[in-house]
Design a protein around this ligand. Sequence first.
Ligand code: UDP
Length: 238
Amino acid sequence: MSEIKYKRLLLKLSGETFCKPGEFGINGEYVERIAARIAALSKLGVEIAVVVGGGNFLRGEAFSEKSHIPRHTADYMGMLATVMNAAALQETLESIGQPTRVLSAIEVSAICEPFIRRRCLKHFEEGRVVILAGGTGNPFFSTDTCAALRAAELQADLLIKATKVDGVYTDDPMKNPDAKLLEEVSYTEVLQKGLKVMDPSAVSLCRDNNIPVVVLNIFQEGNITKVLKGERIGTVMG
Ligand code: UDP
């Protein structure tokens, strides 16, 4: 435990980490791999809140553009998608013995508790991994913004954005073979250059509250633990 530099972690899991590249929905094997990593961190004594995305099912903006469903409704559908991911992650974590609670910003009382900051802190004390569903509870926001907001509210020491790529690149590495991985980037640089780290409102919230952010590949074994021990992995935004 003494080697761990950060006590409270806000982990943002994009919906795409729940399924195979290019696929949709939830792939049990992918969720198992993520759950194993989270449970290992919890055993090290790290307090963990996980904000889950929903892009493996639906992203409101894109969905509304190609349908007759207005943005606000499509966004609520996206928030419901995060609840599905949260339920899958909860069951998978508990199947390997990790106690959890799902707290949601939108009311889905049959399967989760409402998000209440003090309740969340109590769950940390009890050694539970807290899964935060429903984003901010408001349309026109993203789960990245939710992650920044909750990181500030819960006074997290670090925000990790877990993705399927190794960090932030100068360009899209899939399209440009010369794209380079950035080891370090400032909040202002991200905002000015429009780098794809998180959306601007999330970056501003992190900047205003001095929350360091690490973007990394969750499927590389041991990545998160290394970061928590102070190793440089992925891209650091600060
Ligand atoms: N969403 C929202 N408000 C929030 C968070 C999410 O309306 O506070 C909706 C929005 O439509 C978004 C979708 O939920 O596209 C899924 O979240 P996101 O796109 O952030 O998921 P990710 O890209 O991380 O998988």
